[in-house]
Design a protein around this ligand. Sequence first.
Ligand code: R1P
Ligand code: URA
Length: 297
Amino acid sequence: MSTLPIASSELIINPDGSIFHLHLLPEDLADTVILVGDPGRVKLVASFFEEGSIRVDKSSREFRTVTGSYNGREVSVISTGIGTDNIDIVVTELDALANIDFKTRCVKPVHKRLTLLRIGTCGAVQPDIPLGSYVFSEYSIGFDGLLNWYAGCSDVVDIAMESAFVEHMNWPERLPAPYFIKSSERLIPLFENNSVMGVTISAPGFYGPQGRSVRLPLTFDDLIGNLESFRYGDRMITNIEMESSALSGLSALLGHDAGTICLVIANRYAKESRPDYHLLMKGLVSLALDILTGKSI
Ligand code: R1P
Ligand code: URA
């Protein structure tokens, strides 16, 4: 790791000392961070925080951050907006807040490991995963290509699973290479008894890249059918969302513990959806906060 200062063009710090997009100061961030796509979900998570414990509430673009306490532990919740391009910004800036000295612009000598849990919504691709289920992404498959931009990505991805998938899908050359990445080994056991342990696609779009044809025909005639039928040992693809691959991938490269748990609001195989999911989300947030602030972590 370099000990040279990082140039102001490469790590932009605002005049008030905050990081460029998130507008947070290093001291604003807890070591345990919940990431949600929807800025409105930040309010829901923060509604669980202990009365009077909120010490940060800041917004910039789609990134809203609240830091408070739950079960006596500090937690930050941040909205990422939609997509892995935003995860590139959020995870890089969270890591900088934790591991760069903003005065010297140098990497701190002692690494701080963050716990990053995404709480999202997703569509299921297997017929037996009902609406309202919780799916924890043991593995994520990035259709987005983001991780391939970082050196060392082939050290953290599962190349054998990736090759089997590329062959099964007859993966077109014009699409970015899909990458398989595992969630943190520390987080997986915490969610094993309360959710479906799954393999999650992160797609770079909600429509075409998830096999939804509204008016345009698609590259894959039957993306969902092809995903549903993929098997790798006893693993199968369970669900689709839009951020978990980059979250787990960048966190593995940067030395953080990350994972994603999603509420199923559509079943793509059964062709059902649940747009009124907000009450169900409350249950998932409560479970995740209990787990993250429990004694086991
Ligand atoms: C698409 O509707 C959005 O919902 C899912 C997808 O990953 C994407 O961000 O997650 P969130 O509910 O966390 O936004
Ligand atoms: N979020 C997604 O990205 N896809 C779905 O089908 C539902 C929620």
